[in-house]
Design a protein around this ligand. Structure first.
Ligand code: NDP
Length: 491
């Protein structure tokens, strides 16, 4: 356990300094002078030590009955629940999301930990008839081995939990490399599992830069699986470098909401405000494009502008704040840069677009209208509070615009027409579709992930999380007492 503001790496059940002897601070994006803690800038040697510790711990942990592994997770879930408010407040201070959303993030970690604890009593394989007499066929699940888990900052407890809990319940040992923007949240999660009784070496955490720590884990030949969530370019580099191992990638998005002419416009407005400006637009599932039928465009736009005017920017700990800061200066610069790009592309800036005169990395909630789908602001992930309105003439055009992007994570449509709703979810190119709801709202027992440049086919959550972190072995038991040949002895 870390007792002061000098935080350590967690390797082989001990809190230790980095071999680099260098540290880095984690600050509060609403008040950048407020330092929350000092963290170890891990390096290649630390990552290698963590893999060695995971290797030593693997055999015993993988042979621990899965229901017993589940009990440790259940204790961890209980501890997270007891500390929920404190953890949520620290999260708001470390990455800026408003307190209610930070509570949701911690709750998601609790949910996932409980869910995976229960999986310890399932981890189902299946049995099936053989094509031959007196032959029995079944599958069993086995752990993959050492898993390298690399996570972003925007869901600093939820996303690590999706990966860590799934990997642990399947009997894997883990090397965890959290985002350098949220090392405190990551440390709290690891401390929780330590307190819950996780044996030493089963989970190791190395904070520090992605290219040093992350890449060492990715390339390490003893690491059997890498699971990454983050930017598309980082994911692509990881895929190229990983070599012959399992790779799970959850990457960016440019998600859209379609608002049809028969939609409940007030409901759709709620969805756009929540999807576009919640977490200051810094969600992989953020609704950064609103594809609106031209018959309702003017009414919808004017209502949307009045709603945006009412959004209050501020410190996420304050009860009256609707939108917190961006995570850091680079994110603020990126939003500012994209506003300039949008203006140059002749997108119409109707509200926002500026850095307000406030301490911290704030950015005004911004709306561009009269956009066309090929504009860069409608194609590239901005990861800030910038929403683009794209008018369309009919349903088919709306679907075409929805799909005319490289990403494929989340999508939504507001309509009262059930036929259209069905057609939309069949035709929209995305891993997730919401009907009459925003692009946001993952639940831990359902698959989560995207297609196209968002992902390469893996999904997290529920049984898919178990699939990501377990190997399926097929077992044949021949009890006929003679040699039977499949496909040959068929009569
Ligand atoms: P990054 O890709 O910058 O970082 C993600 C993680 O990768 C961090 O831990 C980072 O470390 C690490 N990393 C950076 N470079 C390397 C490298 N060369 N090798 C190995 N690891 C590396 O993403 P962000 O943290 O900025 O997160 C935002 C992105 O994540 C957005 O694109 C968003 O859409 C996406 N995302 C996707 C989700 C999904 O499920 N599809 C969910 C949430 C976010 P360090 O912090 O030290 O740089």
């Amino acid at each position: 356990m870390n007792t002061d503001k000098n935080f350590k790496l967690y390797i082989d059940g001990k809190w230790v300094n980095s071999a680099s002897r260098v540290t880095f601070p984690s600050d509060n994006p609403a008040h950048p002078k407020q330092i929350l803690g000092v963290f170890q800038k891990g390096n290649e040697d630390d990552a290698n030590r963590a893999v060695e510790a995971a290797e030593k711990a693997f055999e015993k942990w993988s042979q621990t009955p899965a229901p017993k592994r589940g009990l440790i997770l259940l204790r961890a879930a209980q501890l997270l629940r007891e500390n929920k408010e404190k953890l949520a407040r620290e999260m708001t201070m470390e990455m800026g999301k408003v307190l209610a959303e930070a509570r949701g993030d911690v709750q998601e970690a609790i949910d996932m930990t409980e869910y995976m604890a229960g999986e310890g009593r399932r981890l189902f394989g299946f049995t099936t008839p053989s094509e031959l007499r007196k032959k029995f066929c079944m599958t069993v699940r086995l752990p993959v081995g050492i898993c390298g888990l690399i996570t972003p900052w925007n869901f600093p407890m939820a996303i690590p939990s999706w990966k860590i809990m799934s990997a642990l319940i399947c009997g894997n040992s883990v090397v965890f490399k959290p985002s350098s923007d949220t090392p405190l949240c990551a440390t709290r999660l690891v401390e929780t599992l330590e307190t819950a009784g996780l044996p030493k070496g089963v989970l190791n955490m190395v904070t520090g830069p992605g290219d040093a720590v992350g890449m060492t884990i990715v390339k390490h030949e003893k690491v059997r699986a890498v699971s990454f969530t983050g930017h598309r370019d980082t994911g692509n580099a990881i895929l190229q470098a990983a070599g012959l191992k399992r790779v799970g990638l959850e990457m960016g998005g440019k998600n859209g909401i379609i608002v049809m002419d028969d939609a409940d416009l007030d409901l759709a407005l709620d969805g756009v405000i929540w999807g576009g400006y919640g977490t200051t637009g810094q969600r992989c599932t953020a609704a950064s494009r609103v594809i609106v039928h031209e018959k309702v465009k003017d009414e919808f736009e004017s209502k949307l502008v009045s709603r945006i005017k009412k959004l209050r920017l501020g410190d996420g700990l304050k009860a009256d704040t609707d939108v917190g800061p961006l995570v850091n200066k680079a994110a603020q610069d990126k939003s500012r840069r994209y506003v300039e790009i949008g203006k140059r592309e002749s997108a119409k800036l109707v509200i926002g677009g500026k850095v307000p005169k406030m301490d911290g990395f704030f950015f005004e909630p911004t709306l561009f209208t009269d956009c066309s789908v090929d504009m860069r602001v409608c194609q590239e992930e901005i990861f800030g509070p910038v929403v683009c309105l794209i008018p369309v003439g009919d349903f088919d055009e709306a679907i075409d615009v929805m799909n005319a992007i490289e990403y494929g994570l989340s999508s939504a449509i507001y309509t009262r027409d059930v036929n259209r709703a069905f057609e939309a979810f069949m035709r929209m190119e995305a891993g997730i579709t919401y009907i009459n709801s925003s692009t946001i709202g993952a639940e831990v027992h359902l698959p989560f992930g995207g297609i196209k440049h968002t992902g390469i086919g893996t999904r997290e959550g529920g049984i898919e999380g178990i699939n990501e972190f377990s190997e399926t072995k097929t077992v044949f038991v021949d009890y006929s007492g003679k040699l039977q040949k499949a496909q040959i002895d068929i009569d």
